[in-house]
Ligand binder design. Structure first.
Ligand SMILES: Cc1ncc(COP(=O)(O)O)c(C=O)c1O
Length: 384
């Protein structure tokens, strides 16, 4: 009998997915705080631009790297908003940040090499390393410093077999924004090892305590950085599947060549939507970011009020990584909170081995629902 390869069978089913399926099967009123996407719809001017493009016949393949106008819009946005400079021909428009990360790992991790990621970490990097026939190594960051990036720990873990290091800032699941000096130190060490840093900056447009700079903006070795971004989060466009990879021209050319055989190009209509999002009115996106900041403030206040509960202050993205202060595994606690108290959180063991006792809360939900969610969490923890 033929069997699928180990390469695809090795990948685990994440416990986040387990919670999602439990929630979908549940009949009662649930406060869903496990979801990793904005609750806002894509602003109207973006939808109109895409509809117009489709009506006007922009329905064909684009070049593998993407429409020149879309690459230009991405280049100008990265420079204006994050101080990161890439020429349009150093940018590939991808099917979400996800494809950009997959291509980045394929292009930087050779078979047998390691992909290093500070923990806690978003789970898909591990699958991407396996698909590249590489291996995955999580380097735990200490809970005492709120999972801030400690460059020395990452640098100590690097060796001759390091292909790339992923730095996710703002972080999923912690919401932390990494210190620029720590990022720079990791990039410099990566350059010494002839390795790359993959800067996963899909949440960089959502920061709440000051302006954000991209990692490639503040390093002496920009050719060792691959920048990944996306319209999904800051522009409320998860379903359009539109992201980008930016980097050294040589790497970008190789990536563009192989993606001919995978997705060929990002959707033409979605690329027109992205042009409208990146070059059109900014008001609707600023309004969303203000809403996320208000929710972040509510999360910080409510966590401080609940006995035994704590989390690092979320500085970006829309996640809080809660320590419930219980001596129990997070999947059981999350299942209990769902079944007995009607609130859904993502178990920490879905984010690597660094902090399996934690629970990730997404504040991509209204202030009222968040308040209700915290009431339920409070009641649930008290009764546990
Ligand atoms: C850390 C991180 N990187 C990348 C992505 C990919 O997002 P997309 O493919 O929608 O751009 C996500 C989505 O949840 C994410 O959380």
């Amino acid at each position: 009998m033929s069997t699928p390869t180990d390469r695809v069978r090795r990948a685990d089913r994440s416990s986040i997915r387990v919670m999602f399926d439990l929630a979908e099967r549940h009949d009662g009123d649930l406060v869903r705080l496990e979801v990793g996407e904005p609750d806002f719809d894509t602003p109207q001017h973006v939808v109109d631009a895409a509809a117009r493009a489709a009506r006007e016949g922009e329905t064909h393949y684009t070049s593998n790297a993407g429409l020149p106008a879309c690459r230009r819009a991405i280049s100008e946005t990265l420079a204006a908003e994050f101080g990161v400079r890439y020429d349009p021909d150093e940018i590939v428009v991808t099917v979400g940040g996800m494809e950009a990360l997959h291509l980045a790992v394929l292009a930087t991790v050779s078979p047998g090499e390691e992909l290093l990621v500070p923990g806690p970490t978003w789970p898909n990097y591990e699958t991407q390393a396996l698909l590249a026939d590489g291996s995955f190594r999580e380097v735990p960051m200490p809970a005492e410093s709120g999972f801030a990036l400690e460059a020395d720990r990452v640098i100590d873990a690097m060796g001759d077999d390091t292909g790339a290091v992923v730095l996710t800032t703002p972080s999923n699941p912690t919401g932390r924004v990494f210190d620029p000096a720590a990022c720079r130190a990791v990039v410099e060490a990566a350059a010494d090892h002839d390795a790359y840093v993959i800067a996963d900056e899909v949440y960089l447009g959502l920061t709440y305590d000051g302006a954000a700079e991209g990692i490639a903006a503040h390093t002496g070795h920009p050719d060792h950085v691959v920048t990944v971004g996306s319209c999904s989060k800051a522009y409320a466009m998860t379903g359009w599947r539109l992201g980008w990879l930016a980097g050294d021209g040589h790497l970008v050319d190789e990536v563009t060549k192989v993606r001919e055989a995978t997705t060929a190009c990002a959707s033409s209509v979605a690329q027109h939507a992205a042009i409208a999002a990146l070059t059109g009115p900014k008001g609707p996106f600023e309004e969303m970011r203000r809403a996320f900041r208000r929710r972040r403030d509510l999360v910080v206040d409510r966590v401080a009020e609940i006995d035994g509960l704590s989390c690092p202050r979320p500085e970006g993205a829309f996640y809080a990584f809660l320590d419930p202060g219980l001596d129990a595994d997070s999947l059981s606690v999350a299942t209990y909170l769902l079944e007995e108290h009607g609130v859904v959180l993502a178990p920490g063991d879905g984010f690597g081995e660094t902090a399996p006792e934690r629970l990730r809360l997404s504040f991509a939900n209204s202030l009222d629902r968040l308040d209700e969610g915290f009431d339920r969490i409070e009641a649930g923890l008290r009764a546990y």
